[in-house]
Ligand binder design. Structure first.
Ligand code: ADP
Ligand code: MG
Length: 325
């Protein structure tokens, strides 16, 4: 099963930033108010994520790293099926199969418990000191999968991916504080942003000052869909698509339908070679969208693409028309 786990892990875990994505999602799911990330050596040697969320009960700490579906895979056919469905409940086991993983946690702040992966049958957590919340520590990514390790880039490049992942996530959760350090140096520090002014300052930090100063606010709901956030004025459109942040139900996504719809909403005011700037949040019935279509790639699948496309381009063009001088 070891090999199968590793092959399966490869689908989700491509690089340190993919590990970070999964661990950040877990911290947010746990209701964290503050998340601290420490990276060492581009996140290849070390990634340590500490949150102040609800923690994991001691008996569940080793189990969180135990493979579920993957241990049942007996054919390539099944592996393929799992790969396309996504890996719900498989992130920690996958990470544990390709790195040295340990988890320390406390549900009440009254002493903590720790366990080191990979999961062994009957494994129990050992007592340790830990405040309420969870620290997940990953070391030596792909130490046992040289073929994958070979595909990692320089520490600098891997860290850039980590930084991008953290910033994207920070935009999706204004009410949570995020801090990122690399090789002992604090690189990002975004305090929890609960007021409009603090939110604006987080957007300025993450996207850029030139963005927040020239935006049009959007907030429109129709037929079970809500789109809110900020559109950059056409005048700040970029030659690259680097000021485009889109979230569906709080998860960062990239999707051709969405990109196309927004660009169409901008219409003629945008020179065809220019990319619109935006930070937008789409909220909708979760049944209408699969945000885990490909867990590593931010892909989504909308049940009714036409409806989403129409809504987005309509809201964007209305907002721009309303803001026109
Ligand atoms: P999933 O998030 O899809 O359930 P994971 O492998 O990412 O699967 O995590 C397994 C389980 O471990 C989670 O469902 C959760 O119960 C627990 N867990 C993981 N990380 C944390 C955390 N930071 N805080 C609290 N619980 C966590
Ligand atoms: Mg998870």
């Amino acid at each position: 099963a070891d090999l199968i786990d590793q092959i399966a892990a490869g689908e989700v875990i491509e690089r340190p930033a993919s590990v970070l994505k999964e661990l950040l999602e877990n911290a947010i799911d746990a209701g964290a108010r503050q998340v601290d990330v420490e990276a060492g050596g581009g996140g290849i040697r070390l990634l340590r994520i500490r949150d102040d969320g609800h923690g994991i009960p001691p008996e569940q700490i080793p189990l969180a790293m135990a493979p579920h579906a993957t241990s049942k895979i007996t054919s390539l056919d099944e592996l393929e099926r799992v790969a396309t469905l996504g890996f719900r409940g498989e992130a920690l086991p996958s990470i544990a199969s390709v790195s040295r993983l340990s988890i320390r946690s406390s549900t009440d702040g009254d002493g903590g418990w720790e366990a080191t992966g990979p999961y062994r049958a009957g494994q129990q957590a050992a007592p340790c000191a830990h405040p309420r919340g969870t620290t997940v520590e990953m070391r030596d990514l792909f130490h046992n999968v040289p073929a994958r390790r070979k595909f990692l880039r320089t520490e600098q490049t891997e860290f850039r991916h980590i930084d991008r992942m953290l910033r994207r996530t920070a935009l999706s959760r204004f009410e949570t504080g995020f801090r990122l350090s690399h090789d002992g140096r604090v690189v990002r520090d975004y305090p929890a942003a609960t007021t409009d002014a603090r939110r604006a300052s987080r957007i300025a930090d993450v996207v850029g000052k030139g963005f927040v100063e020239q935006t049009i606010e959007v907030d429109t709901s129709r037929a079970g869909l809500r789109l809110w956030g900020w559109l950059g004025q056409p005048s700040i459109a970029r030659s690259q698509a680097d000021w485009q942040y889109m979230f569906v139900n709080g998860r960062a996504i990239r999707d051709k339908v969405v990109t196309h719809a927004i660009k169409q909403g901008f219409g003629d005011v945008l020179h065809h070679a220019r990319q619109p700037a935006y930070v937008l949040f789409l909220e909708m019935d979760p049944a209408g969208v699969d945000v885990n279509a490909h867990p590593a790639k931010h892909e989504v699948r909308f049940r009714d693409q036409g409806k989403i496309h129409g809504f987005l381009s309509h809201v964007v063009s209305q907002a721009l028309a309303g803001a026109a001088p």
